[in-house]
Design a protein around this ligand. Structure first.
Ligand code: NI
Length: 174
């Protein structure tokens, strides 16, 4: 079960993040929408409604979840850039994934992610070293430095993309 749930492994926060770590993470965030679109473009509705693992989300929900999560991620980073160590608002991702908009055609979220990541990575590439040290506070996980959050979201995109590509491979859908 473990490798289906964490196909690229759990997120491992780096102890110290150097400026050299950040640029590749931003690149990974930038290419995610294209990679995601390429992975799902030939899937049928039935395939999209298949769970990537037992008790897991459908591929459709995974795509919509990426939009939910990354909208929150973008907001969190903008809050960190414009306020002093703001406390961000967690959201109940499992329940969001059950709302009706998570059952819709995935093209809506693929387009959303494309625009969102375009703005997001434009902003991230503009940041100087001082801005990368800004922080937000998650009520449960505590203080998060912006440069580490970039690594977290880079991992997050690859993590869910791997759910999709692993299932496609396993089912021989390509
Ligand atoms: Ni997620």
């Amino acid at each position: 079960m473990q490798n289906l749930k964490y196909p690229i492994g759990r997120y491992q926060a780096k102890q110290s993040v150097s400026p050299r770590d950040v640029a590749p993470w931003i690149d990974e965030i930038q290419v995610l929408p294209d990679q995601l679109r390429e992975a799902v473009e030939n899937l049928t509705d039935e395939q999209l409604n298949t769970c990537y693992r037992e008790e897991g989300w459908t591929l459709r929900q995974v795509v919509h979840h990426l939009a939910d999560s990354h909208m929150n991620g973008y907001m969190r980073m903008k809050l960190a850039l414009t306020e002093q160590n703001p406390t961000i608002k967690p959201y109940r991702q499992e329940v969001w994934a059950e709302l009706p908009d998570s059952q819709r055609d995935i093209s809506v979220s693929l387009d959303l992610l494309e625009s969102l990541h375009e703005r997001w990575t434009y902003l991230l590439k503009s940041l100087d070293q001082k801005q990368l040290e800004r922080t937000y506070r998650h009520p449960k996980s505590g203080e998060i430095v912006l440069k580490s959050a970039i690594g977290l979201y880079a991992w997050h995109g690859k993590h869910h993309l791997a759910h999709i590509t692993t299932l496609i491979k396993q089912k021989n859908w390509n």
